[in-house]
Write a protein that binds this ligand. Structure first.
Ligand code: NAD
Ligand code: IPM
Ligand code: MN
Length: 373
């Protein structure tokens, strides 16, 4: 029996996770899988009631799962960052899920905002998921002298940053440190180049801003060069600003992109728009040797929460990615094929795709396509 920890979270998170579970239950039945689910009520409701964000005990319980399925975190009643950093990033870091895998695929029948029909958009984003400007090292200083000792603890290393600031006058400033480690860059490059090789992708695009953030992304590029030579797969370096341009002008040129955490975050929302809607995009936070966590790319969408408008397909496709990682490839394919058939019909579109189909109706259509024929 494989065990899945489910974290519905905030806003539309619980709505889309419930739909994903309906689809999972159906493939479990059709394919005779042995999966059991346990829900963890983390997020704004839990925090406002108990003052707890995520306890060590919950982390322990989650670490006994084979995989995690998450909805979304973030609520307008809670200051930005408390839940996003306290739950989502804490989980990614704790479980050392160093790859955020985000496929951008335009399925047949889905209108893309780009001109020209039948665009062949199919790219894989391998986003680094534990470093960069996400490490949470920073502070605010107001006039005078200030010393802070900031610590970065990772499984492979620990680094202490003693930051002394002598701020003249009554100025106020805030700073945030970005970190790329050799270990962190190498492992995500290994993953990206191995995946390119496995999928027959000839060219890996490495995204950075090495013309400005020369230290961090200089090291990033070295790791990319090493991996390109090691795996015998070609690479190109593109700046993130240019990648945004090419993604809109000529997305067909990309196969696999490997990106640092922050740029990968931004570019995959752009990718989601290209694939027809933010509600369609799935992702996996992967630790190839540990507990991985699957979630749609979108957030808690408070503007549409509780209205039955959310697109459940991103969460449903994320659960397919989860099944694949758990070794149930045919079941994962069943789900993706069912989603493809629903989209191809062109009849069912949720609000993010410009249509009116409700959340549960969209899932009903997927369930109907899953039935044995
Ligand atoms: P968002 O992704 O929640 O929403 C952006 C826009 O897309 C909104 O107009 C929303 O209605 C729409 N949208 C998102 N998902 C949709 C879906 N499934 N179906 C239809 N429309 C959908 O981003 P935001 O508004 O910037 O952030 C809202 C909250 O979510 C914030 O608290 C933010 O920190 C958090 N957030 C969490 C995650 C996560 O948990 N992985 C990701 C992004 C944002
Ligand atoms: C995402 C989100 C998160 C991120 C936030 C909510 C921490 O935007 O999963 O894309 O930046 O990674
Ligand atoms: Mn994001």
């Amino acid at each position: 029996m494989q065990k899945v920890g489910v974290i519905p979270g905030d806003g539309i998170g619980p709505e889309v996770v419930a739909e994903a579970r309906r689809v999972l239950e159906k493939v479990i039945e059709l394919r005779n899988l042995e999966l059991e689910f346990e829900e963890f009520p983390l997020g704004a409701g839990h925090y406002l009631k108990t003052g707890e964000v995520l306890t060590e005990e919950t982390l322990q319980r989650l670490s006994r799962k084979d995989a995690l399925l998450l909805g979304a975190m973030g609520d307008p009643r809670v200051k930005p960052g408390i839940l996003e950093k306290g739950v989502l990033l804490r989980l990614r870091f704790h479980f050392d899920q160093y790859v955020n895998l985000r496929p951008v695929r335009l399925y047949e029948g889905v209108p893309s905002p780009l001109s020209g029909s039948n665009r062949k958009i199919d790219m894989l984003f391998v986003r680094e998921n534990t470093e960069d400007f996400y490490v949470g090292l920073g502070g605010r200083v107001k006039g005078g002298l200030s010393n802070s000792s900031l610590k970065l603890t990772r499984r492979a290393f620990e680094a202490k940053f003693d930051v002394g600031i002598d701020l003249k006058d009554e100025e106020e400033l805030a700073f945030q440190i970005g970190v790329i480690s050799k270990h962190g860059a190498r492992r995500v490059m290994d993953f990206a180049f191995q995946l390119a090789k496995k999928n027959g992708i000839q060219l890996v695009t490495s995204v950075d801003k090495a013309n400005v953030l020369t230290d961090m992304y200089g090291l990033w590029r070295e790791a990319c060069e090493e991996a390109s030579a090691k795996y015998g797969v070609a690479k190109e370096f593109l700046y993130v600003d240019a990648v945004s341009l090419h993604m809109v002008r000529n997305p067909e040129r990309f196969g696999l992109l490997v990106a640092p955490n922050l740029f990968g975050d931004i570019l995959t929302d752009l990718g989601a728009a290209l694939q027809g809607g933010l509600g369609l995009a799935p992702s996996g936070n992967i630790n190839p040797a540990g507990v991985s966590m699957f979630e749609p790319v979108h957030g808690s969408a408070p503007d549409i929460a509780g209205k039955g408008m959310a697109n459940p397909l991103g969460a449903i496709l994320s659960s397919a990615m989860m099944l694949e990682t758990l070794g149930h490839v045919p079941a994962a394919q069943d789900i993706e094929e069912a989603v493809k058939r629903v989209l191809k019909s062109g009849k069912h579109m949720t609000a993010d795709m410009g249509g009116k189909t409700t959340t549960s109706k969209m899932t009903d259509e997927v369930l109907a396509e899953l039935a044995p024929r």
